[in-house]
Design a protein around this ligand. Structure first.
Ligand code: FMN
Length: 195
């Protein structure tokens, strides 16, 4: 099973990355093939609104470091998207990536029931880390992501959140969250499911 892991925090050893890395190591143990991209190390622009992906191309016209990422997502079985919560939302690194996924939509996506250029059946994991300890805070982040990736044909989604984490390494004290990362990897492989 192929995994693409996008680390959306500028802190490579931050909490969202630690959770994603735990999931990915477990996935590798189970035979998964993981490609990790640290978005903050890449140079890329957000969507330019040029509409080339709706008029003359079947992919994004912007060619930069995100081109490879978008291609890898076309090929992958699982996308792991890890982000810090910044200003009640994903980081700007993740947001610019998300806007570029507009190129996954077919030109008539508003009316076409098959909206996506991607093969159906991919799986999606969202990882969010935040300082606010309130488990009811920022409930809108995941449903929005889930909505769009559902339109892209992703058929299974999972959410892992760490609350009350501030400094890199804080999540190491939350073994339940890291265990959830491992059990999510198992679920992605269908482990423990009845035939
Ligand atoms: C620019 C900025 C904005 C932030 N906004 C929020 C916020 O809205 N809510 C929150 O709970 N934490 C917020 N935080 C704290 C981070 O979410 C927290 O430090 C988290 O651990 C960062 O994830 P990382 O460790 O993966 O980098 C913010 C931090 C920064 C630097």
């Amino acid at each position: 099973m192929k995994f693409v892991c996008l680390l959306g925090s500028p802190r490579e050893k931050g909490n969202s990355a630690a959770i994603a890395n735990r999931l990915c190591r477990k996935a590798e143990e189970m035979g998964g093939e993981v490609r990790t991209f640290v978005l903050n190390k890449l140079t890329y622009r957000g969507c330019q609104g040029c509409m080339a992906c709706k008029t003359r191309l079947d992919r994004c016209a912007v060619e930069d470091d995100l081109t490879d990422v978008l291609e890898a997502i076309r090929e992958t079985d699982v996308l792991v998207l890890a982000s810090p919560v910044y200003f009640w939302d994903v980081s700007s690194q993740v947001k610019a990536f998300l806007d570029r996924t507009f190129s996954f939509l077919v030109p008539d996506f508003i009316t076409n029931p098959r909206k996506s250029r991607l093969a159906p059946g991919k799986k999606f994991v969202v990882i969010l880390a935040q300082t606010n300890p309130d488990r009811n805070s920022f409930p809108d982040i995941f449903p929005k992501l889930d909505h769009f990736f559902n339109a892209y044909g992703f058929s299974e989604s999972h959410l892992i959140r760490a609350f009350g984490v501030r400094e890199p390494g804080d999540v190491a004290k939350q073994e339940d969250v890291l265990k959830m990362a491992e059990s999510t990897a198992e679920k992605l492989f269908g482990a423990g499911q009845r035939p």
